[in-house]
Design a protein around this ligand. Structure first.
Ligand code: NAI
Ligand code: 15L
Length: 278
């Protein structure tokens, strides 16, 4: 029987963390068909649309996260430190915060989590290497290391406690690709929503790793191991190719930011040396 022969009914609750961020903002008002109640959460109150409600919560506060997740349902976890930063910031938002998220999910009966991992968990693979879900991690930053930790946490809570997760190694989810690298890594918001729909409705999710890129002409990643989800990205970065290539005509193929999948993150200094890159 195909996995979607018996789709899951609308879930009771869908909690979105990081709701004030780039992706959370783009999802605003667009998930109402998936759940009875949409709960948007970030450090401060966020504007809501329709039946959405706002519930601020700091990821470093386990008791507050337990209160946020009380009632179960599914979680789209987009909250946290989203670029390279001094270790202290990574520690709080992405290491302690991620532990708290999964521990609250376990204790409050959450069924499914979308964990927003990143291409920076595998950023030091060369661009010519086509990666699938079995590829070894090669983080390109302390931020990327925190995503590898998050992926391990997702798998541990699945294997031992039955909390299902979609581990989404997002490429670059923005309204449009900002540079030549993003012609390969770009993921449209519409393709993100299509994937969230498959995740919420799948009768069984398990704990797949999915690379988050649209159907771009240039492809670095292979999602065949998660084909059972039936997610088929439909957008493409090609319409921006001419503009992005004109802006960056002469890239050195041996420069680390061009050679490796993680781009500029591969060439950043240690974030605890002088200065704060974020
Ligand atoms: P963003 O930085 O725009 O949003 C992150 C949100 O998390 C912010 O609104 C921030 O206030 C919130 N946050 C930070 N620390 C928090 C804490 N301690 N408690 C509660 N909330 C906290 O990031 P964006 O671009 O929306 O990305 C969302 C997620 O997806 C992040 O986890 C990021 O690492 C991941 N991702 C995003 C990509 C993209 O292209 N946008 C690519 C790869 C991964
Ligand atoms: C990420 O993980 C970041 O959250 C996002 O801001 C982009 O830098 C993206 O990766 C990317 O690699 O383009």
């Amino acid at each position: 029987m195909a996995v979607f022969d018996t789709p899951r009914p609308r879930v009771s609750r869908l909690v979105v963390t990081g709701a004030a961020g780039v992706i959370g903002t783009a999802l605003r008002g667009r998930l109402g068909h998936l759940a009875e109640e949409i709960v948007l959460s970030d450090l401060a109150d966020v504007a809501t649309e329709g039946a959405e409600i706002s519930r601020p919560c700091d990821l470093t506060d386990l008791a507050a996260l337990r209160a946020l997740l009380r009632g179960g349902g599914d979680v789209l976890h987009f909250g946290g430190q989203s670029v390279e930063a001094p270790f202290e910031r990574i520690l709080n938002a992405n290491l302690i915060g991620l532990y708290n998220l999964y521990e609250a999910a376990r204790l409050e009966g959450v069924r499914r989590v979308l964990f927003a991992s990143s291409n920076h968990a595998i950023g030091f693979h060369e661009r010519e290497t086509r990666l699938d879900a079995s590829a070894p991690t090669r983080p390109d930053s302390l931020y990327g290391v925190s995503k590898v930790y998050g992926e391990a946490m997702a798998r541990f809570y699945h294997d031992k406690f039955g909390v299902e997760s979609l581990i989404l190694r997002i490429g670059s989810c923005f309204p449009e690709p900002k540079d030549r690298r993003m012609l390969a890594t770009w993921m449209s918001v519409e393709d993100m929503i299509r994937l969230i729909e498959r995740m919420v409705r799948a009768p069984k999710l398990g704990c797949p790793i999915v690379y988050g890129a649209s159907a771009n002409a240039e492809q670095w990643w292979d999602n065949r191991e998660a084909a059972y989800l039936g997610w088929t990205p439909q957008d493409s970065s090609e319409r921006w190719r001419a503009a992005r290539e004109a802006e960056q005509p002469d890239l050195d193929p041996d420069a680390p930011e061009v050679r490796f999948q993680g781009g500029a993150f591969c060439a950043m200094p240690h974030p605890d040396d002088a200065g704060d890159p974020s």
